[in-house]
Structure formats: C-alpha cells, structure tokens
Write a protein that binds this ligand. Structure first.
Ligand code: FHN
Length: 583
C-alpha cells in the first residue's frame, strides 16, 4: 500500500472523522490539488537557514564544534544564559531582502522558505508571544522577515516560513533531540515543564503571528516532530487549517502526510507516490559555518535539479547567510550558474512531469502534456561519442526534434528497432546538460528498457542501479555510463543499491561483478527472500571481475536485486557492471 495512504489512514484515526468520510476525502483531495498547483509548477525554491547561530558560525570558545552549525547550542551544550548573549551583538546590517529575493529569482527559483524560528527558540521576526526575538532582543531594530515578505510580494516570489514546532531548546516545555530517550536537557537551570505549556504559551501564538502578520504565507514548513504529541499537533493544526490555501509539509507529527514529503539531503532513487520536495544544502551545514568548504559544484546542483524534476519532485536548495546578513559568495556563484542554465532551459523544468522512461544512461527526461501529444525534454549529461542519441523503446509520431538552446536548428531522427535515434551536433552546447525538445504528436507508448534475461544472462549496468544514499553521510556517486558506468565513493555502510530486472526463468544464477577494492569487505546480495553473503577480496588499484556466489531465483517476472554492505565488514568498494548467469 502506498505510504501516503497508510499515513492518511493513520491521520484519520488520530484526528476526528466526519460522518461522511468519502465525500470529505474527495473534496480534500481536490482542494489539495488546487493549492498545490503553483508549487508543482514552480519545481525550484530557496531554503534560508538564518539565526543567531550564524554568529558563532560553527565555533564556540575557540573550538570548532562538529556538525551542522544551527545545532551549535545543543552540540556544545551551551547554557541558555550564554547562548542568549549572542542576541545582544546580532546586528546584520548588511541584510538586504530585495537582494536576496532578486538572487533567488535570478537562479530561476519561484519560492523562498526561511527559518522564522529554529530549534534554538530565537524568533527571527517581531513576536509579541516571546521577547526572545530579533526586534526586541538585538540591536538590529528591524524585522527581516517583514522586509523579506515585502520583497517577495514585489517580485512575485512565493514565501514560506520554517517553524520548529517541537524542538525549542530555550523553553522549559520545548523538546530537544534525546528527550524521547529520557535524557535531561543539557542546561539544568531550565526547570522542565509540560510540552503543552510551551505549545500553548509560545508555539501556537507565534504560529498565529506568522500566519497573520506577513501577508499570508504560501508554505508553513514544520520541522523535527521530536517529542510531539497528538494534542500538540492538533493545537497547531487547528491554527494552520484556518489557512486552507497554505501548503504544509509532512513534519508536524509522525505520521503526518501534510501536502508534501521532504526527503532530506538525498535524492530518492525513483519518483514517489506523493508530492515531494528534496531539501538540500550546497555545502554541508544549513546555517552559516565559516569553515565548511565542502561545496557541491554547479554542475552537480544543476543535474540534481534535473534529476529531481525527472522524478516529479521539487528542489529546495539552501543558503546559510552570515551574521552580517550576507549570502556567502560560493552560494551566490552557484545560484548564478544555475540561473544562467535556467534562463535558457527553464522551460524543461517548470511545470513538467516525470520521465516516462525506466532509465536513460546518458541523462534524464522531463515531460509535458500538450494539446497535440507530449513534449519530451531530453537532458543530455553524457554527450554520445558516436553522435547518436538513443531514446529506447518509444513508439509515437515525432513532429520535430530541436535543441532548446538553439530552436532554429532541427535535428534529424529515425526509428530503428523500436528505438528513436537522434543525430546530434558534434559538440554539446552545454557540457553540463544540453536539452533537446522532442515534440510527439498523438499517443506515446514507452516500452521499458529494464534489464532482462537474454541468452541466459541478465546484465545489470551500474547506471541502472537505484542508489539509496543516506540523508547525512557520504554519498556513493555514479560515474560514466553504459559499460563504463561505475559506482564510486561507496564507503558509507548505509548506502545500498537496487536493480530492477526481469526474468522468465527461475533457478540458480551465479552473480558476477566488476569490483575494485583496496581492502576486504562483505556484501549481502538479496533477491526476494533469497540471500547471498559475498566476500570481496582486495583487488588493489585495478578493477577485477569476480564471482560473488550463487543465488536462487524462485520467481519470474519483474524482480529487485539489492546489495548492501555487511556493516561490521565494510571498508568500501567501487562497482562496475554486475551479471547474473543462469546455471
Ligand atoms: O534539525 C534540522 C536541521 O537543522 C535543518 O533545519 C533541517 C532542514 O530540513 N531539518 C532538521 C533535520 O531534519
């Protein structure tokens, strides 16, 4: 059963039902579709993590504090009274809301979500419910979120506020990370009170303030429901539901569907059966951390946006402004590079739908229904050496193939053995991602290119793997395509790989793999209920083909093979093509 249905059912159990459930579900769904319309069109937004934590910027009393910078208060176990002192010097005089909004717009973003209150409990807006806010507690005599709301309104950018509804490390009733494990708050001066004191005394009034005073928010972005209760969620939801056009995410409570789900710091390997938005940092920390130089390249970010759009999701890309109120230069550089690409290619992202193809080794596809048929946008990451781009298993009428960046140039195409072959210019227009526009008229039928049994073998190329990377951790990276495709950087033992394939014959199969390993590691290969523990011996700096063992496949049809590290015996490997051979 799809996850959203399970969640929806649980919500119905948790929160009261109406006498006519069916009618309500139908009308709720269509109201949801309506309020989600702009968001589905937008595809790309800016996340801003900005608060007092930008001042220490990852360092406390001369020591670097590991982890994400907005967590410094908890990580360094800073007593309230000391952390509060940050407010007395927080004075972001270089803050320019118009400049931030213009930058987001230039990057091709259509909405902004900013932290109105993060876990440290400090409100970045003028709050009557708590004096611990930027207007009343700092020398900065301005409400930056009011200025941002005005700039967004002026520039036609949608606005959302992030609000940490459960974790509030500053309040006696607020929760913190290990509260559910019974761990005490690190500051004993904070004499604990019931959660509802905080919810009714601060969270509900503040949420009312942000919803009432900032011109009507488009998104309310809840975060970390640690220690939340049904009662607390009900109280907050009662406020949010006064704003039926506003979108909320799924983090109010567990389980809670909201309007969209929020994969964090990783891109799901396939599309999800629910609206979703990946939230992602450009370096590692959400809040500004002055020594976090782990920047993703513009190429990675552009391809990530495309990858997400090709699976039907949105990208909320983060910046962490400084305590002076400036967006760091490396973030600006990347946003501008994305904007340059979006200026030319935005049509292939906004309002598009997921790819109809199973896998495209050379890149990604986004699509759009037209009056006459379908427009396919082919995002070519790897420009083929032979000048021919293969669109596998497609049956349709192609009325034209053009380069999005140079529409005057029509490209020749022909069908061969059920594939569409497109003749490309010798050079890619944009080595990061050149987009082709294929106009299809009439129906569109796509035959899956899922690997299948042919002459006793099933070939599972690395670029056909679904990579399940953890949100926080080292990500495995796919390099190259086709026979040359490799899974590199597979060091985190939580990363697992999956391949879908089809077989018409059950029986015993040997599993062969091209592997590079500097040390001994163990893997668990699984197909259905069958498992194979495989030993990978060091190969040195070269790839070597090795037999991982034999596995029984008891069913036929579409199946999934997964490979995961054996945690205690994992040193990391690189992986090329896998082959299953019928014995
Ligand atoms: O703990 C927070 C973290 O600081 C950051 O705000 C992210 C953004 O999605 N949310 C939480 C972790 O899931």
């Amino acid at each position: 059963m799809p996850r959203y249905l399970i969640s929806a059912m649980l919500i119905v159990l948790v929160f009261s039902c109406t006498p006519n459930k069916e009618t309500e579900t139908e009308s709720t769904l269509s109201a949801q579709d309506q309020r989600m319309e702009w968001w589905r069109e937008a595809r790309f937004g800016l996340f801003i993590h900005w608060g007092l934590y930008a001042q220490p910027a990852g360092e406390w009393k001369g020591e670097e504090v590991p982890g994400i910078s907005e967590w410094i208060m908890a990580r360094a176990k800073i007593p309230l009274a000391e952390y509060e002192q940050l407010a007395t010097t927080f004075n972001p005089v270089k803050y320019d809301a118009e400049a931030w909004v213009t930058l987001a717009k230039e990057a091709g973003m259509k909405y902004i979500v900013i932290t109105s209150k993060h876990h440290d409990g400090f409100a970045m807006f003028h709050s009557k419910a708590s004096g611990y806010n930027i207007v009343d507690a700092t020398p900065f005599d301005r409400d930056p979120l009011m200025e941002l709301a005005e700039a967004c309104e002026k520039n036609g950018i949608r606005l959302g506020f992030y609000y940490s509804q459960a974790q509030d490390w500053h309040e006696p009733g607020g929760t913190y990370w290990n509260i559910e494990q019974g761990e005490p708050h690190w500051d004993p001066s904070l004499v604990r009170e019931p959660l509802m004191n905080y919810i009714n005394g601060k969270a509900v009034p503040q949420v009312k303030e942000i919803l009432e005073n900032y011109g009507g928010l488009d998104i309310l972005w809840w975060d970390t429901p640690r220690g939340m209760t049904e009662e607390a969620a009900e109280a907050l939801q009662a406020v949010a539901s006064e704003y039926p056009d506003m979108i909320t995410n799924n983090r109010l409570y567990r389980p809670w569907p909201g309007d969209f789900s929020t994969p964090e710091q990783h891109v799901p390997p396939t599309g999800l059966d629910y609206d979703w938005e990946v939230c992602m940092t450009m370096n590692t920390s959400w809040g500004f951390k002055h020594y976090d130089h782990n920047w993703k390249s513009s190429e990675t970010l552009i391809r990530m946006l495309v990858d997400i759009a090709s699976k039907g999701g949105n990208l909320l890309l983060n910046v962490g402004p400084t305590a002076e109120g400036e967006i760091p230069a490396p973030s600006i550089e990347r946003l501008k590079a994305i904007g340059t690409w979006m200026d030319v290619n935005g049509e292939s992202i906004y309002g598009t739908e997921a790819s109809p193809f199973f896998k495209l080794p050379w890149g990604r596809c986004t699509s759009r229904a037209t009056g006459e048929g379908t427009t396919l946008y082919l995002h070519v990451f790897n420009w083929p050496d032979n000048g021919l781009l293969k669109l596998p298993g497609i049956s349709t009428n192609v009325s034209s193939v053009r380069l999005l960046a140079d529409q005057a140039q029509a490209l020749s195409s022909r069908f061969e053995e059920g594939d569409l072959l497109i003749e490309l210019p010798a050079q890619a227009i944009d080595p990061v991602n050149t987009v082709l526009v294929v106009e299809c008229t009439g129906g569109l039928d796509v035959k899956s290119n899922m690997p299948s049994l042919e002459e006793g073998r099933i070939v599972l190329a690395a670029d056909f793997a679904d990579i399940h990377n953890p949100g926080y951790g080292t990500h495995a990276i796919l390099k190259g395509s086709g026979e040359d495709a490799l899974i590199t950087n597979w060091v985190d033992s939580r990363v697992r790989l999956e391949w879908m394939f089809n077989t018409t014959e059950s029986g015993t199969y040997s599993v062969k793999a091209q592997v590079k390993a500097e040390d001994f590691s163990k893997l668990l290969v699984k197909i259905g209920e069958e498992e194979l523990e495989a030993e990978v011996h060091a190969t040195g700096s070269e790839y070597s083909e090795m037999i991982l063992g034999e596995i029984n496949i008891s069913e036929t049809g579409d199946l999934i093979m997964s490979i995961r590290p054996v945690q205690e015996d994992w040193k990391g490997i690189e992986l090329g093509t896998l082959t299953l051979e019928k014995q």
